[in-house]
Write a protein that binds this ligand. Structure first.
Ligand code: TYD
Ligand code: MG
Length: 481
């Protein structure tokens, strides 16, 4: 039997504002105070406090009732019984992996991302595919008709099991959280989706939807519902321009899992990253491609990120790096263009790579191999519109720059991995075996790796030829003689 009937505003419990019915809440982090303050003691922001009226429903009776609810007693750690967390299979390998093996019953998951990135599409296509689960999809943003149009669009997907006609997805367009709970009570869903938390509002607080207090209050109610009924809740949240989930950090503290949906509007790739996960690793990520009929999971991202080059063809200024994103190895193309500087100050530009790091690598090149820094414009691009922070791509960047500089192509079946230090030494990288295995799997003939990574490496395991280098010069001698 579900015992979530009294979801009580946690807020009243915490602030005990019932008497004066006015509170001041920081618009940036959600910190509350009984009086106005100029600088928030929690997040350090200035002038963010807003007056918030607290409704009558958050009375102190509610608070005492809530306290009675807690009957806990300390228990020895060794006596706690553990069982494998049951998981709900989302029917999507990428999403399952990011969630740490599937959705946990009673968990609350927040999916954040910029508007238009595909959050609604991802969740809708996933819930439509769930078999034997009653899903309540609450939309505060789109009409039922719009949702149906989208569902039909996704439905052309050749993926088996995707059928909007026979699905168990119930759609309701509602923005009042109290009404949403009435629907939940009537429908008794197995999964609740809230699209989006910014559009939800509660009667208990007097502020506009999307404000910190409203978001916090609604999220607290949903969380309480999730925990008490053991029903998973997925909440969609928009990200503001600073890149944080608007309305803001407090949501991240409350929920069990925070997934971030990122990607460039101009590229098809979308990455789902776990930035917090109580039930799994945060190193995982899922990659999708936005196509005309929804989001297609990309199982082998390396193949997609490498441009289609014919056998034996060599492009100057292109080198393939074996990097690791999350826990997955990824082969990516680093493209460089080096040209004669026309003006006094040479130009430097980097897309998907840290410009300061590029400048550092160029300085290393100048020192070690006599690259004429002041006379050269250098443009660097990481293919596919992705941003790489893995330092192991340094070696590939250096190879691409020199390849363009001397206008000599690097054979397409060679790839690189290695961090470059200030004195031109090639430093070891993490998870070398995984990197080599990926390059081997994709049919590369040769991989250039740091010498220090050779220790204890089982060379016989791979077909690929391994060339280990200690200095940048050695790698370049290997390539250009
Ligand atoms: P949407 O899921 O509405 O984004 P969010 O909920 O994050 O705001 O995605 C909107 C974009 O996705 C829109 O620009 C159109 C594009 N799209 C496709 O390219 N193919 C599709 O099949 C669908 C449904 C959307
Ligand atoms: Mg949406």
């Amino acid at each position: 039997m579900r015992s979530w009937e009294f979801f009580l505003p946690l807020w009243a419990k915490r602030t005990n504002m019932a008497k004066d019915k006015t509170a001041y809440v920081c618009g940036s982090c959600g910190y509350d105070s009984p009086k106005w303050i100029g600088k928030c003691p929690a997040c350090g922001e200035w002038n963010t406090f807003q007056e918030v009226k607290v409704g009558k429903k958050t009375a102190s009776t509610v608070t005492s009732e809530f306290r009675l609810d807690v009957k806990s007693s300390p228990i020895s750690m060794s006596k706690i019984e553990t069982e494998e967390e049951p998981r709900i299979n989302m029917g999507d390998g990428e999403l399952n992996r990011v969630l740490g093996g599937g959705l946990v019953p009673g968990s609350m998951t927040l999916l954040g991302g910029e508007p238009g990135i595909g959050k609604s599409t991802l969740i809708l296509q996933t819930v439509m595919r769930l078999k034997g689960m009653k899903v309540l999809y609450v939309s505060g943003e789109e009409s039922a008709r719009q949702l149906k149009l989208r569902a039909d669009r996704i439905n052309f997907n050749p993926n088996p099991g995707l059928d909007s006609q026979s699905s168990n997805v119930l759609v309701v367009c509602e923005a009042m959280i109290e009404t949403v709970f009435e629907h939940i009570r009537a429908v008794e869903p197995d999964l609740v989706v809230i699209d989006s938390i910014q559009t939800m509002a509660t009667e208990t607080v007097e502020s506009s939807p999307g404000s910190v207090t409203q978001i916090r209050e609604c999220a607290a109610m949903l969380l309480k519902f999730a925990k008490e009924s053991n029903t998973p809740v997925i909440v969609i949240g928009h990200i503001n321009k600073e890149g944080t989930i608007a309305g803001p950090k407090i949501l991240e503290h409350m929920v069990d899992t925070v997934l971030q949906f990122e990607g460039d509007q101009h590229y098809m790739y979308r990455i789902v990253r776990a930035i917090k996960n109580r039930f799994g690793s945060t190193a995982e990520l899922g990659i999708y491609e936005m196509v005309h009929n929804g989001l297609r999971p990309v199982e082998n991202p390396s193949e997609l990120l490498l441009s289609d080059v014919k056998e034996g063809e060599e492009l100057s200024g292109v080198a393939v790096a074996c990097s690791i994103e999350g826990v997955r190895p990824l082969l990516i193309e680093t493209q460089a263009l080096v040209s004669t500087a026309a003006y006094g100050t040479p130009q430097r530009s980097a897309t998907g790579f840290d410009l300061r790091r590029l400048n550092m690598l160029l300085a290393v090149l100048e020192k070690r191999v006599g690259f004429k820094l002041p006379q050269r414009d250098v443009f660097l691009n990481i293919a596919g519109g992705i941003r790489v922070t893995d330092p192991a791509i340094d070696l590939s960047v250096i190879a691409a720059v020199l390849s363009s500089n001397v206008d000599t192509g690097i054979p397409r079946d060679i790839c690189f991995t290695g961090e470059v230090g200030l004195s031109g030494e090639v430093r070891p990288v993490s998870r070398i075996v995984q990197r080599i295995a990926e390059a081997d799997k994709l049919g590369f003939r040769k991989i250039i790796i740091p010498k220090a990574n050779m220790n204890g490496l089982d060379k016989g395991k791979f077909k690929i030829e391994m060339v280990s280098v200690r200095k940048v010069e050695e790698a370049l001698r290997e390539l250009f003689g």
